[in-house]
Write a protein that binds this ligand. Sequence first.
Ligand code: SF4
Length: 475
Amino acid sequence: MGLLNDFLTRYAAPAAQAPKKAAVQTPKKADAKTAAQQAVVKQTLPVGVGPRQGLPSKLEDVEIFAVGFSGGKDSVACVLHLLDLGIPKERIELWHHRMDPLDKPFMDWPVTDDYCRAFATALGLPIYFSGRVGGFEGELLRDNQFTGDVFYEAPTASGRIERHVIPSRTRPDDRGTRLRFPQTVADLSVRWCSAYLKIDVAKRIINNDPRLKTGIYCLVTGERAQESASRSNYAELEEHTNTRAHLVYQWRPVHKWVEEDVWSILKRYRINPHPAYKLGFGRVSCMTCIFANPAQWATVHALNPKQLGRVADYEEQFGPISITKRTIRQRIRGGYEAGKQLRQPTSSDTTFLDNVINGLVQAASKEDRIQILSDALQNEDGLEMAARLPEATLRRLQENMTLPGLKGRVDTLFKTIERLRYEPKLAPPATSFIPEGMARVARMSQGHKFTEPVLLPASAWEVPAGAYKHDGGPI
Ligand code: SF4
């Protein structure tokens, strides 16, 4: 590497000292937009809605408020709002619909079950788990078969929790084939995950649980209008569809809330949010949600490549989840790539290739030029620095290196740089997607134990990194 170093010393222009920028904090574009959007929504809300809204009179005689509880911030806000309204704890219960069998996480955050349980315990509320036997993976692999039975927990008269199973229908024409991921569209018959694993599970419990055969019940869910255009069309209060004989309402008490209202009630009750929010996710349900953006796919890959690998393998078998046809693995790579570009190239990143060019221009013979290019190809640090450069800069530098008789070697140099741009070793380490100091939370998110207190001291509560990030959500 001697010749290149000689040229580096002799011909390299000293790295320009970048002028120090004034320490002005420019808000990120997305954050600024979010704040502006929220300001607009806030202004349009008349006084008396949002968190100040009372209990609708139709719900005064409700015996049980069953909150569809994912562990996400909106379902937490629903529970806290019911407490704010003075609804006695004996009339509130949490229903958590599992996406996967307990011992076989596929879509869910492994810690979600225990977070939900810990939340219920901390607030002194009962929680009942339910889901479809076989979960998401079972439904995905359905091949001329019935959809999975629904299991659910419910209390007996003595307060013991019993597990029940509601069989799926048994007529031959109820058989069906899935072998396809839900698609990222609004139509729930194509985006079958929420319909089959949450909405239909709740409906079957409501229709079949003997405990709910008489009386007035209310299913409470946390959809908010601000989340998406289709959610803004949901009714705040309606009679639950497809129920038999008995009266069941569906109430969305936080439908008009903006995100700021949600964090504000969590702060007031000092609720420690689900770990995913601290890792930078804006919403919590499935860890491998089909709506994840490339940065989220890359983060999930960094957190749990094994679980994500199973999902990505199925996608390759059954076709892409995304209507854009970009596969999960392409998105993971895009997320890593975007993560790399967040690391701004330093002056030395460009200097490496500038120096190679200078050396080539100044070299006395073709042999010297070949030697410089060979040295450059062996300079690992230099190649990695070059691989961080933006695409346009690389192309410009490559054009400047077109010297007669050396095209093959120059192309090899740039092919090597190009390959490095996509190699995992050049991807930022997992923690660079994760806010600083969150390595322990990242590990906890992948285990089956929520090891922090649910109720934090007031001084310890802070808005998590994922707050106000609207990417990767439902449509
Ligand atoms: S979180 Fe995503 S993948 Fe999971 S049910 Fe909802 S839309 Fe489907």
